[in-house]
Design a protein around this ligand. Structure first.
Ligand SMILES: [Zn+2]
Length: 274
């Protein structure tokens, strides 16, 4: 119990750092300096006003200096991160995989919230994920070789590389056919674009799915691809009714689907393939 509380607190602090990343990475600002300040009155936020989750409640969601409202998403990101880190700790205990997937889940959080703000993400984010995933598999390969007779196809690095290529290929194929479908639709309706959009999936989605495949394997990544629309459809209905737009940031749904696939994917696949 006490362990879970500590992990939760550390997770919330980590979430606080992810907030900084979400806020500053798209603007090419340093994530280390300067310390946090109020976006409106620029007053530096002191340590006792910067305690994850707690400070938001004590300050009742307002800046101490200028009383400007603090966006609810700051504590939300902290809470989501803390819960995810706790879930991972229960899943893996304090093992190397705990750290590997904490990193992966953190990237999902950062990428999702940046996508909500900008409808795009810095290109390098998914590539950092892929690089870390591949490097990790190199380390696993070294450990594997110590205890097993090397079978080239069973090497973790080879498997991960295969996942990456399939993840890219699979998503790109969908993008290709989706784009064909859209250009047929546009020429049939004699339109230039759908609200300025001509693509079914962005290249960012392809990179993202490559990263997902590196971390959870191609089988679960394929599941992610089919689950995400179900998550998206709920929001899309809202967007259509209230904002009259067809455009939705897609990475949050892919991320939600990736988390679902990670924790329950094998069960879900078991329902369909026996
Ligand atoms: Zn302020």
């Amino acid at each position: 119990m006490i362990e879970s509380v500590i992990v939760f607190i550390l997770g919330a602090c980590w979430g606080s750092f992810l907030n900084v990343c979400i806020h500053r990475l798209p603007k090419d600002l340093s994530i280390v300096k300067p310390f946090s300040f109020c976006p409106k009155c620029k007053t530096p936020i002191l340590w006792y006003d910067n305690i994850p989750l707690v400070s938001f409640l004590i300050l009742r969601g307002k800046c101490r200096a200028c009383k400007e409202r603090i966006a609810l998403r700051y504590p939300l990101v902290e809470l989501i991160t803390a819960l995810l880190i706790c879930a991972l700790y229960r899943h893996f205990g304090l093992t190397p995989n705990f750290f590997k997937f904490s990193f992966f889940f953190s990237l999902l959080v950062v990428v999702s919230f940046i996508d909500i703000d900008y409808h795009a993400i810095p290109v390098y984010l998914c590539f950092i994920g892929i690089a870390v995933g591949l490097s990790w598999s190199v380390w696993e390969t070294v450990r594997y070789m110590e205890t097993n007779i090397p079978d080239p196809l069973a090497l973790p690095f080879v498997k991960t590389l295969k996942n990456l290529i399939l993840g890219f290929g699979f998503t790109y194929l969908f993008k290709f056919f989706g784009d064909c479908f859209i250009s047929l639709y546009l020429s049939w309706r004699k339109k230039e674009s759908i609200e300025g959009e001509k693509e079914s999936l962005g290249l960012g989605d392809v990179d993202f799915m490559g990263m997902v495949a590196v971390f959870i394997g191609i089988k679960l990544a394929a599941l992610v691809f089919f689950l995400a629309p179900f998550f998206a459809i709920i929001y899309s209905v809202f967007a259509l009714i209230f904002k009259r737009s067809h455009l939705i940031p897609y990475l949050p749904y892919l991320s939600a689907a990736a988390l679902t696939a990670f924790f329950w994917g094998d069960k879900i696949l078991g329902l369909f393939f026996r």
